[in-house]
Design a protein around this ligand. Structure first.
Ligand code: SAH
Length: 350
């Protein structure tokens, strides 16, 4: 028998095509698209669709909702961490953060990650598979339905390297931005990459005015190679060149993410080197006190060191901000909760 298709994975145009081949009226596609993006779990909930057509739908499609496997709410700032279980039992995580301007969801793009950054908790869990566009979208829809609050901003900074799952991520961006769906503006979305150069250039041509964040984390190849193996493939010079092409094509400012690691990349000299490299670019630097990760002995830089680093960058005319730490009591950073759950499961099975 033919495998059923997840309705969440289809664009409106794809639905229209499928329905045309089923002999259904064209307007049905929009109705169904609207229902699944509202977050319904069952075909029965499609109250404006006849039972006959619902039965027909059910033969070829399913509504791929994620299940909330676990949820932790920070007592400090209300940040909420979700563990979602996918249809095949795999787990991913998402984080909901509240800012003055509304709610932001941080979502995962893959089950695990192949990039191997040494400071990142997702590294320890290996790579399992890519998420489909619908699985990315449903992280947002499920959180909205769970909390009853509209999510206004999305960052793809959870588990995974978005550009290692390029096609599904781009399709996800189209789905999430769709006016008939949840309609989150591109300007309210950030995509973060560890610097896959060909994809940065490819992405510049997608005509999607999202914010592109580059996880730079080092001022030179020597340091970057120690903490990010991907740098062996794409050097800092190549990344910066790609970023310049990106900003020229899109006229969009790039964000450089820079995790501050004590004694590794946080000296005054490191700041000057970085400043020298990126001065004059249409960019902004986000300094992140590194989060402790089990098994990696990196320590975050002191507040004072971070402030000094920032002021040196400013001398080069570079705008820099220090990221607020949210959800520190619930392992809200980067793959940490999923990892601790998997560890516990392994402990209890051994
Ligand atoms: N793979 C993508 C997106 C996922 S990680 C990327 O590399 O950009 C999201 C951000 O969190 C990246 O900037 C990543 O480098 C950073 N990050 C990972 N582990 C971290 C840690 N322990 N402390 C602070 N930031 C971390």
């Amino acid at each position: 028998m033919e495998e059923k298709t997840n309705l969440m994975d289809l664009t409106l145009e794809e639905l229209q095509e499928r329905f045309a081949s089923m002999g259904a009226e064209k307007f049905r596609a929009k109705q169904i698209f609207q229902w699944v993006h509202k977050g319904i779990k069952d075909f029965e909930q499609m109250t404006n669709i006849s039972k006959e057509f619902r039965n027909k739908l059910e033969k070829s499609f399913y509504i791929g909702r994620l299940e909330i496997g676990n949820k932790l709410v920070s007592k400090i700032d209300g940040t909420t961490k979700y563990i979602f279980q996918l249809k095949d039992g795999n787990l991913v995580e998402s984080v909901l953060m509240q800012y003055l301007h509304g709610y932001t969801a941080c979502i995962s793009s893959q089950v695990g990650c192949r990039m191997g950054c040494r400071f990142c908790a997702s590294t320890g869990i290996g790579f399992v598979r890519n998420l489909s566009s619908g699985e990315m979208l449903d992280q947002i829809i499920s959180i909205q339905n769970d909390t009853g609050n509209r999510i206004g901003n999305v960052v793809i900074m959870g588990i995974g390297e978005p550009f290692d799952n390029y096609d599904n991520v781009v399709k996800f961006l189209r789905l999430v931005n769709h006016p008939v769906g949840i309609n989150i503006g591109y300007r309210h979305i950030s995509v973060s990459t560890c610097g896959l150069v060909p994809d940065i250039i490819r992405f510049s041509k997608e005509n999607m005015p999202v914010t592109l964040s580059i996880s730079l984390h080092a001022p030179n190849d020597e340091i970057r190679q120690q903490i990010m193996p991907v740098n062996k493939k794409y050097s800092i010079d190549k990344i910066i060149e790609a970023c310049k092409i990106y900003t020229e094509v899109t006229r969009r400012r790039i964000t450089f993410e820079y995790a501050m690691i004590s004694g590794v990349n946080d000296s005054a000299e490191n700041a000057s080197e970085l400043g020298h490299r990126i001065k004059g670019m249409l960019s902004h630097v986000n300094l992140i006190p590194i989060n402790d990760v089990e098994g990696a002995d990196f320590k975050k830089s002191s507040r004072q060191t971070i402030e000094k680093f920032k002021s040196i960058l400013e001398r080069y005319g570079i705008e820099a901000t220090v990221r607020r730490e949210l959800g520190s009591d619930i392992n809200a950073a980067c793959g940490q909760l999923r990892r601790s759950i998997i560890n516990k499961a392994e402990e209890s099975s051994s």
